[in-house]
Write a protein that binds this ligand. Structure first.
Ligand SMILES: [Zn+2]
Length: 323
């Protein structure tokens, strides 16, 4: 039997049920008023990765790489592979990996770690007109006043410049922490540069000074990585059987410093020592299967390393996840 007037409605309903699936069918069948009152009050969703920050869960930690922006870089060589006798070798690697050697950018990637209800920021970017750290922290839903501790890997301007804003501490409620030898080196210069004066010296009474191998907070420990500066400290963060090495500038260049044993960058205070330190820390990261983040690696700047051969490594950025 057929009823021409009913047939289209029946088909439409059957199609709707098929498309919605069983759960959708229940919702569709519920009276409208009930559906409205039953809607749970949910918190605003976490901001989506990509707008200047990238969040990664590691153990019980949330590790957020927060970009301080980029700076134009006319030529990658010799700045990021400075050995004068190896320029052709480095240029060949850039070409092989399709990494632009001219008219490119330098990245700056501070990291915020959330662990046990605390927020610990590792390095603060450039500050001033160029610094994008605070803007991007806010995009990630993090107000600067909620940062509990700030740790500084070393005294270069692109790591300390964001400590103050218009003469005041940017992270007003944070404990400021730095390696004692590194802090003393920079703050006792006869003629300290402006970044040191306006940040480290301006906040000198607020700094807690610690040693290599000492805890910043429970779960985060400093690791001596000398060479880029003579008392540079990286940070090993561990939670629930997993860990990440926040290299700071012990990472060097994401391709040249990893692939070429002995390579150094022009900003390294002691190039040979920096290269030797990189070998050791890269080896450790691979053998302990740690996550890794490098301050000047291209954003999102977080992933793992793999061994290519003796003394040669490669950075594997983690597969992008929007949430
Ligand atoms: Zn740097």
């Amino acid at each position: 039997m057929s009823d021409d007037s009913r047939l289209p409605r029946t088909l439409a309903r059957r199609d709707a049920l098929r498309l919605l699936g069983a759960a959708g069918a229940v919702v569709a069948a519920a009276p409208l008023a009930r559906a409205q009152t039953a809607a749970p009050a949910t918190a605003a969703p976490a901001p989506m990765n990509g707008n200047g920050f990238y969040r990664q869960r590691i153990g019980d930690m949330t590790v957020t790489v927060v970009s301080d922006g980029t700076a134009a870089l006319a030529a990658l060589l010799p700045t990021w592979g400075a050995n004068p006798d190896r320029q052709a070798e480095f240029a060949a690697t850039l070409a092989e990996y399709h990494v632009a050697a001219q008219n490119t950018v330098n990245h700056f990637n501070p990291v915020l770690i959330e662990l046990d209800g605390k927020r610990i920021l590792l390095d603060t970017g450039r500050g001033g007109a160029n610094g994008q750290l605070v803007t991007n922290l806010r995009r990630a839903g993090i107000e600067p006043e909620t940062v509990n501790a700030v740790f500084i890997t070393h005294g270069h301007g692109d790591h300390i410049g964001g400590l103050t804003t218009a003469g005041k501490p940017t992270f007003a409620n944070a404990q400021h922490i730095m390696g004692e030898a590194e802090f003393k080196f920079w703050t006792t210069q006869a003629t300290p540069n402006d970044a040191v004066k306006n940040n480290l010296i301006a906040l000198k009474d607020q700094f807690k000074l610690i040693q290599p191998g000492q805890e910043i907070v429970p779960g985060l420990t400093t690791v001596a990585t000398p060479g880029h500066t003579l008392n540079h400290l990286s940070v090993l963060a561990r939670s629930a059987g997993q860990g990440i090495m926040i290299l700071g500038d012990a990472g060097g260049h994401f391709l040249l410093s990893l692939k070429h044993q002995g390579a150094y960058v022009s900003f390294d205070t002691n190039g040979d020592q920096a290269a030797q330190t990189r070998q050791q820390i890269f080896e450790r990261i691979v053998s302990e299967n740690l996550w890794v983040s490098g301050y000047h690696f291209p954003f999102h700047a977080i992933g793992h390393l793999r061994r290519l051969g003796a003394g040669s490594f490669e950075f594997e950025p983690t597969v992008w996840n929007w949430s």
